[in-house]
Ligand binder design. Structure first.
Ligand code: F6P
Length: 552
């Protein structure tokens, strides 16, 4: 067991946990309307700033006492101790015995972060330089394909952390991308994904980035193998064409070479970078090609800013700490099962999907760091899509359903610069919706207010909004590369805080293994009809039906 994880008192036996329970009972049905009425300045004082992000947490079901108790909880669970151990490079991923150093990926060149006595920062910057040189060559046309044509299409093949971050960031930063380049992402082992990604592309102008930390992930290796066949077929070329059309992002040079990619065309990262924390490692190459090395550095600077804030800001001002603690509060004391993230930006359409892996793969755990079962709620179901679309779909449940669903609203004061004036003018309407929703969720509409509008008595109940739904509002001036980095680091450290409080290992993902092993056993049953007798009767019947349909 690593130094950072001494045996500790179970969370639910800490005196402060009991205090929080008592406090929750005392709060009872206290309404946000009461909290705002009691404190005319609540909207100003219950807000914090980190970098370019203004974070309003006034519409949460908390008082000064709640916040003080939650901070006490952070002390009692030594969140700061584990945080410092992470930044120092200690092996806080206890089940895999690994350091957790995504923060080193954005450390300045002169920083020193040691893993097993070696400073890893020079290696990080060497890879960043190599990525930068390569990205420039692709962007300026000096990197050409096998037939000498310049690269106009980049297809990243990867899955999970080797896909979601880059796919999300390229979408978010579309206005910053070289519009002459087509950048696509293939993740699904469903052949339709690769088919749709390449069907209108010219192989002579297409570069594939095979992104896989382990380089053993079956979906990625299968898609990369098919992509290689496609390139060689389209170009009528032999293996020698691979070098100009395939590069790899991986920690596993041996497997990369085995696949046939020259390791000179491999961009390295390390086992202390978790897949879901890897988008600012070599895994971000597609982002760097799309937006250029300079904007990529701005993205890293955004991450760095929030890293520093999380590491040094006092608890009262520490935004990721606060957001993490609020999640613990709702999970255990309001029985909230899910958490919505609702961006009011079209460009953030993939942001919540990215956060699903970050949060749910990190904190979807039910044993503590020492293997004992947890007796408290851990990570929530994270979900959401861009806000205005959601308003016409599932917001009904947020407003009038029976569930407690804390929600983050993310919005920007300025529309993106490249919108022409008529479209830019729509921004006020978008943002009016943004502000209106958190207001409606918090304060609702009382039966008296409904009656005062002359609504017939039988419709008063259906038209009443209980309100009291907790939300965080995150507002920034504009969605820049730096702001994206700030937002992601904010959520990374929020997730970290919760894992520390819950005493779980937020950096392993054993829960995804069983399905992978079983799929390997089931494939021969489907293809060759072999081994069906070892399956349960449901799976065996389904497999038979599948084989029948396929005429096998
Ligand atoms: O199966 C889960 C997982 O290991 C994720 O944690 C990871 O991001 C993804 O698969 C992809 O792994 P790799 O980068 O090794 O292909």
């Amino acid at each position: 067991m690593a130094e950072a994880t001494p045996a500790r008192t179970p969370l639910d036996r800490l005196p402060v946990w009991a205090e929080l329970g008592k406090h929750r009972a005392e709060l009872g049905d206290t309404h946000l309307r009461d909290l705002f009425a009691a404190d005319a300045k609540r909207g100003e004082t219950y807000a914090l700033t980190v970098g370019d992000l203004y974070v309003d947490y006034s519409k949460h079901l908390v008082t000064d006492r709640t916040l003080a108790l939650l901070r006490e909880l952070a002390v009692a669970t030594d969140v700061a101790g584990l945080r410092d151990a992470m930044f120092r490079g200690e092996k806080i991923n206890v089940t895999e015995h690994r350091a957790v150093l995504h923060t080193a990926l954005r450390a300045p060149a002169d920083a020193v972060v040691e893993v097993d006595g070696e400073n890893v920062v020079p290696k990080v910057h060497a890879v960043l330089r190599k990525m930068s040189d390569f990205a420039e060559q692709v962007r300026n046309g000096s990197w050409t394909g096998h037939t000498g044509r310049r690269i106009r299409n980049v297809v990243n093949i990867g899955i999970g952390g080797s896909d979601l971050g880059p796919a999300m960031a390229v979408e978010v930063l579309r206005p910053y991308t070289d519009r002459g380049l087509t950048v696509r992402f293939v993740s699904n082992v469903d052949g339709a994904d690769l088919h749709e990604a390449v069907r209108d592309l010219d192989a002579a102008e297409t570069l594939f980035i095979v992104a896989s930390k382990t380089f053993t992930t079956i979906e990625t290796v299968t898609n990369a193998t098919s992509a290689r066949s496609w390139v060689l077929r389209q170009l009528g070329a032999g293996q020698e064409a691979v070098a100009k059309h395939f590069v790899a992002l991986s920690t596993n040079a041996e497997k990369v070479a085995e696949f046939g990619i020259d390791t000179a065309n491999m961009f390295e990262f390390w086992d202390w970078v978790g897949g879901r924390y890897s988008m600012d490692s070599a895994i971000g190459l597609s982002i760097m090609i799309a937006i250029g090395p300079e904007a990529f550095e701005e993205l890293l600077a955004g991450f760095r800013l929030v890293d520093e804030h999380f590491r040094t800001a006092p608890a009262e001002q520490n935004v990721p700490l606060l957001l993490g603690l609020l999640g613990v509060w709702y999970g255990s004391f309001f029985d909230a099962q899910s958490h919505a993230v609702l961006p009011y930006s079209h460009y953030l359409s993939k942001f919540t999907a990215y956060l699903q892996q970050l949060d749910m793969e990190s904190n979807g755990k039910s044993v503590q760091r020492d293997g004992k079962p947890v007796d408290w709620q851990t990570g929530p179901v994270v979900w959401g899509t861009p806000g205005t679309n959601g308003q016409h779909a599932y917001y009904q449940l947020l407003h009038q359903g029976t569930k407690v669903i804390p929600a983050d609203f993310i919005g920007f004061a300025e529309p993106v610069a490249e919108l022409e004036s008529e479209l830019a003018a729509q921004h006020d309407l978008l943002m009016a919706n943004f502000f209106a929703q958190t207001q409606a969720l918090a304060f609702g509409k009382t039966p008296e207010e409904v009656r005062a509008e002359g609504v017939p008595e039988e419709l008063v109940a259906p038209k009443t909004f209980k309100g009291n739904h907790p939300t965080t509002t995150i507002l920034a001036r504009a969605l820049t590369p730096s702001v994206l980095g700030q937002l992601i680091a904010l959520y990374e450290h929020k997730v970290f805080t919760q894992g520390a409080v819950w005493n779980i290992d937020s950096f392993d993902q054993w829960g995804v293994e069983l399905g992978k092993v079983l799929a390997k056993k089931i494939e021969p049953v489907l293809v060759e009809g072999k081994g069906g007798e070892s399956l349960d009767s449901s799976t065996a019947t389904l497999a038979d039906r599948y084989r029948d349909i396929r005429g096998r």
